[in-house]
Ligand binder design. Sequence first.
Ligand code: HEC
Ligand code: HEC
Length: 286
Amino acid sequence: MRLRTIVPMAVGILAVGLAGAGLRADPVEDKLVIDGEVELVTRAKAPEGHPFDEVVSGWHYRTDETRALQQDSFANPAMLYVERGAEIWKTVQGAAGKSCASCHGDAAESMKGVGAHYPKWNAAAGKPVNLELQVDACRKNNMQAEPYKFDHADQKALVTYIKHQSLGAPVAVDLTQGAMQSWWDKGKDLYYTRTGQLNLSCASCHEQNNGKYIRADHLSQGNVNGFPTYRLKDADVVSLHGRLRGCVRDTRATTPKAFSDDLIALEVYVTWRGTGLAVETPAVRH
Ligand code: HEC
Ligand code: HEC
């Protein structure tokens, strides 16, 4: 159902790209302060090897109304997911008769800052895992419960809740662990590879056309520090792999599966591109 709105948009982008007619505008100068109390870092000096000098949160590219929604946790519709996540956290599930809280106690303490460092190398899995996969591993191995189906509402709620415990913590992935660097390399390759009938890469939109308007869309750097994110267009919380799949679909390429090696590699690389930005989960985007 999202496809209908996306395909014409992508065609528009191609036309704009060819005509070079996209209106350009700087990201809005503003400060992101949650509930008038917590100021979040939305601009940071880019890490070495980054194509930009400064990494900028997607929040700066949104309208006054959308930015305001994120600043008010009573108005932010995704806070319902945070509440739902808190319920799931303490609910016993699976044959082992345990809840997340049975082992991890109060998430405000045990999960504080944790989400800012994912994806993380996992020696047992022999690959990086993101928060969704870590939660599934705990459900399977520690609770004897079924892993979630991708994008199950409870999966989004629990991950939003866990990530929210890192609100304001700077994004930092550790590339020195295990084979993280090779996953970063693979993610970078994918980021610059043109795909699909429209022959576009991530960089075509988020790097070369960053700051341009594509119809109502002000193209951001495509950072991931706000995920899971509330999207007004979908009137729902969108997971990171949901968003990445949507962006790939925009190029009319075959969409990689959620949690596939390709999307995990992209997640490693794209998360690194937003190094130093504060975790905004749950962000609000249009
Ligand atoms: C029986 C105890 C147990 C239960 C129940 C459990 N976990 Fe865990 N969890 C662990 C242990 C032990 C680790 C660390 C080792 C590992 O990665 O497995 C861990 C690690 C984690 C981490 C990674 C922390 C980090 O610093 O990177 C997250 C996130 C997590 N669990 C979330 C959950 C969630 C969400 C639930 C409920 C769905 C849950 N866990 C249920 C024992 C448990
Ligand atoms: C056809 C252009 C296009 C391509 C190609 C594209 N995107 Fe996007 N992407 C968008 C638009 C439009 C948005 C919504 C506005 C924005 O935040 O830039 C978006 C949003 C995003 C966001 C959310 C940003 C935020 O602040 O919430 C991420 C992350 C992202 N894209 C990553 C990617 C990755 C990774 C790729 C390559 C697999 C990619 N995109 C390819 C157009 C594109």
